[in-house]
Design a protein around this ligand. Sequence first.
Ligand SMILES: *[C@@H]1O[C@H](CO)[C@@H](O)[C@H](O)[C@H]1NC(C)=O
Ligand SMILES: *[C@@H]1O[C@H](CO)[C@@H](O)[C@H](O)[C@H]1NC(C)=O
Ligand SMILES: *[C@@H]1O[C@H](CO)[C@@H](O)[C@H](O)[C@H]1NC(C)=O
Ligand SMILES: *[C@@H]1O[C@H](CO)[C@@H](O)[C@H](O)[C@H]1NC(C)=O
Ligand SMILES: *[C@@H]1O[C@H](CO)[C@@H](O)[C@H](O)[C@H]1NC(C)=O
Ligand SMILES: *[C@@H]1O[C@H](CO)[C@@H](O)[C@H](O)[C@H]1NC(C)=O
Ligand SMILES: *[C@@H]1O[C@H](CO)[C@@H](O)[C@H](O)[C@H]1NC(C)=O
Ligand SMILES: *[C@@H]1O[C@H](CO)[C@@H](O)[C@H](O)[C@H]1NC(C)=O
Ligand SMILES: *[C@@H]1O[C@H](CO)[C@@H](O)[C@H](O)[C@H]1NC(C)=O
Length: 702
Amino acid sequence: MDSLSNKWTFNVLLCLCFIGVGCTSVEKKIYLHLNYTVPCVRLLNATHQIGCQSSLSGDVGVLHVLESEENLDFVLRTGLHPPYMVILEHQLFTGSIMMKLKNNSSRVAGVAVVAPNANPMEGVSPHTACPNENSGVYSESYDPALAHCNTTLWNPWGNGLSYEEFDFPIFSLKNDNDTRIIRQCYLDHNRVVNGSDPRYPLCAMQLYSHMSAVTNTATCMRRNDINFGITPEYVCDPLGDFNVWATTRPLNNTAKGHKMWESVVIAAARLDSRSFFFDIAPGAQSAASGFITLLAAAHALRNVIQEAPPNRTILYAFFQGETFDYIGSSRMVYDMENEQFVVDLDNVHSVLEVGQVGLRADSRLWLHSDPVSRRNISVDEEVKTLVENVQSAVGTLNVSASEPAFSQPLPPSSFQRFLRSRPIPGVVIEDHQSEFSNRFYESMYDNAEYLSVTYPQNMTEEEQLQFVTDTAKALAEVSTVVARALYKQAGGNQSQLSGINADAQIVSQMLYSFLIQSNNSWMQQMVPADLAGHLKDTAINFYVGVAQQSSEPTHLVQHLLANLTGSVVNVTQQDCQNQRTDESDTESKHMYTYMWVQGAMPPNATEREGYCVRSTVHLSKALSPAFDPLREFTSIDYSTWTESRWKTIKGRIFLVASHELEMVTLGVGVGVLLTSLLLIYVLSSKADILFSTQREPTNATY
Ligand SMILES: *[C@@H]1O[C@H](CO)[C@@H](O)[C@H](O)[C@H]1NC(C)=O
Ligand SMILES: *[C@@H]1O[C@H](CO)[C@@H](O)[C@H](O)[C@H]1NC(C)=O
Ligand SMILES: *[C@@H]1O[C@H](CO)[C@@H](O)[C@H](O)[C@H]1NC(C)=O
Ligand SMILES: *[C@@H]1O[C@H](CO)[C@@H](O)[C@H](O)[C@H]1NC(C)=O
Ligand SMILES: *[C@@H]1O[C@H](CO)[C@@H](O)[C@H](O)[C@H]1NC(C)=O
Ligand SMILES: *[C@@H]1O[C@H](CO)[C@@H](O)[C@H](O)[C@H]1NC(C)=O
Ligand SMILES: *[C@@H]1O[C@H](CO)[C@@H](O)[C@H](O)[C@H]1NC(C)=O
Ligand SMILES: *[C@@H]1O[C@H](CO)[C@@H](O)[C@H](O)[C@H]1NC(C)=O
Ligand SMILES: *[C@@H]1O[C@H](CO)[C@@H](O)[C@H](O)[C@H]1NC(C)=O
């Protein structure tokens, strides 16, 4: 190395030392990083962008803890140090306050909402009042009187905030320690005392949630395409996941399209939910109550289907991404129409969907059907039969099942996507007659507490897992009704009905696994080792996420359904994982799925005793046809939702000095910089003398 580069190395090192030491020590003194920050992120559809974002370098504002709606005037008009970072107690996270902040966003740097430790009393939902308004069956052309929730407003608590666009960051803070520090910082520095504005230094907060995608899905998908190839840098990804399905009779899954002589009853439920914030979507009533009921019904049917098989096949279908314009069900219908699924729509006899069933008043269930398709006499007859089958399934149970008024349309449901294709007979089971009984639809409060999944004090985790809650008993009753109705609908023998009963213990374990924590001894036994490492000590997040990876709820339901409907086969781990079995039936690998699961840990053993589960459980794409295969990013028939990518999500608080002090600091900084540059120059030019390095000949070859 020559002396010239030696010198430069030395200089650069000198500079780095200066800057490095300076930065870290300053940062330690001033900044406090917030733990557990949950952002609102940007989503895009064919025409709009919704959600929140900060600028690339994060948005900074002086902290203001809002005490009441009247206090908003300080933030929006009178406060002397805008922009403000507004701290909201959850009661103030209302449509009215948020829209005022949104409409005056030049004085608002961002919002942090403090999540409560217990649910509020009054109903609140950030979702729209008419969910999936434009993607269900009720369009102007289907029946103008039923379009746009004209007849029944399903979610009257909905304020629509989840579908607004905010050009500032909004975070949820759930950690008591963080919020205590924030409040203390505000009280110490920013509070208005005796009517006089607070003085510097002020406590400020900075939130980072810059989003890469802008405008709409077509725009961001175009940018993805441009960036493809060079160094792929995508800006957005389609929402999506996988549907989980299984049949009571094994069907050849390699042969797609119409199956002669096959008549299928679809038993459906949805798997996903959302809330205003990215990774809190507990979906207890909106998703879990329905699919857990269906899983338990599938289990209740296992034995009777082996012993007295009905002549129709039951297809259990768990749909993902339904929140975002029915991604999963619209994809399955599309696949059925295009011979990409194991059966086609001609094979579908009827549909029985389990919706929100966790909050029954007076033990009542409501059987919703579509008045438009029922104008056709033959469809109406089939719906009547289905309704009778559900009602006769009640038997001696403490449940009643009735139909709401005939003119009422279906609530938001996957079944609507089948009806968009053709008039298939079907019923959606719900716990509400008209508007939702769920007061917290698609909100962070739709959680275990809301479904009363609670345990006596001082129970260990293992005891809680085994404890049968009242909610589980009630849901098990619904499961029994669903199972018996399905069996009857599939042509099963009336005499078998009383023997079909759902297991409240298993319902309780499922509620615990999805709403309290999936990392428990029961779940660990029935999943493969690689999935076991991803089980969580918290409630499941039911937000669908992006299509590249399948989410935790999908995998858990997949393995639960296999355990509850499948059987254990005696093959080696390797054969199981290769879908290779020495059973005489050579077709079996087209009919069945084999999954090697961890199994239980015997006492005193060091290793689990894994085993192979054979089932008819499969995954199918829940990616909107608008992306694959159609690539119509402005589609009005299929979901076009994408999620923006981002790099940094974080928040921190610190003290800001007054503008004048900042100027002085800057001045001193510039002074120091100039001095050091001068010093460096002097050092460099006199380096030969100072360090007396050997000068190499200038004509040296390298
Ligand atoms: C996109 O989302 C916005 C906001 O929810 C909605 O108003 C609009 O109708 C949606 N566009 C399409 C094509 O679905
Ligand atoms: C909150 O702070 C207290 C004391 O400062 C500490 O004992 C406690 O563990 C902290 N809690 C969390 C969740 O960090
Ligand atoms: C965040 O977590 C870190 C490390 O666990 C801790 O040192 C810090 O005090 C926490 N911050 C707050 C605001 O609680
Ligand atoms: C506020 O005003 C009251 C009386 O007007 C006075 O006693 C008190 O000291 C003042 N507080 C501060 C912080 O100036
Ligand atoms: C009623 O529906 C059936 C089956 O979908 C169809 O074959 C029939 O033509 C329809 N009848 C009328 C009057 O539309
Ligand atoms: C799950 O729980 C077990 C024991 O309860 C623990 O050892 C393990 O680390 C947990 N797994 C995860 C992924 O948190
Ligand atoms: C289902 O799980 C239970 C408990 O882990 C286990 O005893 C049973 O053998 C499993 N059954 C199947 C078919 O996997
Ligand atoms: C499983 O198969 C092995 C070898 O094929 C046999 O030795 C063993 O007894 C079988 N186990 C059971 C429970 O059938
Ligand atoms: C497990 O180990 C303990 C102590 O080593 C022993 O007392 C007990 O009998 C063992 N249990 C079994 C089932 O082997």
